[in-house]
Design a protein around this ligand. Structure first.
Ligand code: PLP
Length: 367
């Protein structure tokens, strides 16, 4: 007699995925909430983006443009790109998954890095492939560790540059060395969600490398510096053959009309981005120094967040600090799931939030 399973069974790999745990967003009743858990910008979106969204809301009965033409034109203009090689997504999360779904399957492998973005691993497993973890070195992507794990089944390597939750980056000659070591059938995915924040001469997000090769893609997002996380908009720059493949499986209306309009307007408002970078440049060293002065470890960051390490042996655990901060309305992100059980990730927030966290942690450390 045929044995029947009692319930539907997902395909291999799916149950190895831990469901995404979002940043907390609640403070105790009566306490003002400062959400510093999801790397959102305290400066909000460009006023031009809000205006474009309001205008687009007058035609809600119409389907959106399946090609997001206005947005691609704005991006092509801003970065000097070929619009035919841009693909837009419902957040860059969707793009990371579309790539995996187009190129990975059972019997293939995808590599992600130790402290890398959790969705990289999720995308690999959800596509049925084997997820291979490459260790990092001192909270930095380790090119040699990745190359050692590449074999004939490897089809995709995901790195976040800069990394999340580390906030560190690898210089572009290292990215080139990584690319040079990969077989031609393996795609290098450069997740550059924080690229706009980085001010380093040896950093590049990857546009030129994408332009000059057929196995590199760069993903970007409007959720971070552009302040449009609620709308879910990401984009990627890809070789033509990859654009052709991904376009076949992309949902035609994956971006809504409000998102397209707001993101296009935001792209053109370079002044707002510059303002946000300037604000971040002011606070990143202030917070790093302030936290270090309290006896906390801070991983050197080039982004809009810092990874704060608590001195476990001095009886100051990250979990206790988290509780202490939440009671005062400061919600940071626990990063045990990213391999940092003794750390919290803090988004650079408003001046009030930043100063509040410094004051609260001074109290916590002195207890
Ligand atoms: C926030 C983030 C993203 C996701 O961006 P969305 O466009 O909001 O999906 C991707 N990668 C990294 C490393 C991030 O931190």
């Amino acid at each position: 007699m045929q044995t029947l399973t009692t319930a539907p069974v997902p395909r291999p790999g799916v149950l190895d995925i831990e469901a995404y745990v979002p940043g907390k967003s609640h403070a105790p009743a009566g306490i003002r909430l400062h959400k510093l858990s999801s790397n959102e910008t305290p400066l909000g979106p460009s006023p031009a983006a809000r205006a474009a969204l309001t205008q687009a809301s007058e035609r809600l009965e119409l389907y959106p443009d399946p090609q997001a033409t206005r947005l691609k034109a704005a991006l092509a203009d801003r970065y000097g790109l070929n619009p035919a090689r841009i693909i837009c997504g419902n957040g860059s999360d969707e793009l990371l998954s579309l790539l995996a779904n187009a190129y990975l399957s059972e019997g293939t492998e995808g590599i992600y890095t130790e402290h890398g973005f959790l969705l990289h691993r999720t995308a690999i497993l959800a596509a049925g492939a084997k997820a291979v973890m490459a260790p990092e070195r001192d909270a930095h992507v380790d090119v040699d560790a990745i190359l050692e794990r590449v074999n004939a089944r490897t089809r995709m390597v995901y790195i976040a540059n800069p990394g999340n939750p580390t906030g560190t980056y690898i210089p572009f000659d290292e990215v080139r060395r990584l690319h040079a070591g990969l077989p031609p059938a393996c795609i290098l995915v450069l997740d550059a969600a924080y690229a706009e924040y980085v001010r380093r001469n040896d950093y590049e997000a990857g546009i030129e490398l994408v332009s000059g090769s057929n196995n590199v893609v760069m993903t970007r997002t409007f959720s971070k510096i552009h302040g449009l996380a609620a709308l879910r908009v990401g984009w990627m720059y890809v070789p033509e053959t990859i654009a052709d493949a991904v376009e076949r499986i992309r949902g035609p209306f994956n971006l809504n009309a409000l998102a397209i309009a707001a993101a296009a307007a935001s792209t053109a408002d370079t002044a707002h981005v510059e303002e946000t970078v300037a604000y971040n440049n002011e606070w990143l060293p202030r917070l790093t120094e302030g936290l270090t002065a309290l006896g906390l470890g801070v991983t050197p960051s080039v982004t809009n967040f810092v990874l704060i390490h608590f001195p476990q042996d001095a009886g100051k655990s990250a979990a206790e600090a988290d509780r202490f901060l939440v009671e005062r309305g400061f919600v940071l992100r626990a990063v045990g799931g990213y391999g940092f059980p003794h750390a919290l990730r803090m988004t650079i927030g408003s001046p009030e939030a930043n100063e509040g966290v410094l004051a609260a942690l001074a109290e916590f450390m002195a207890r």
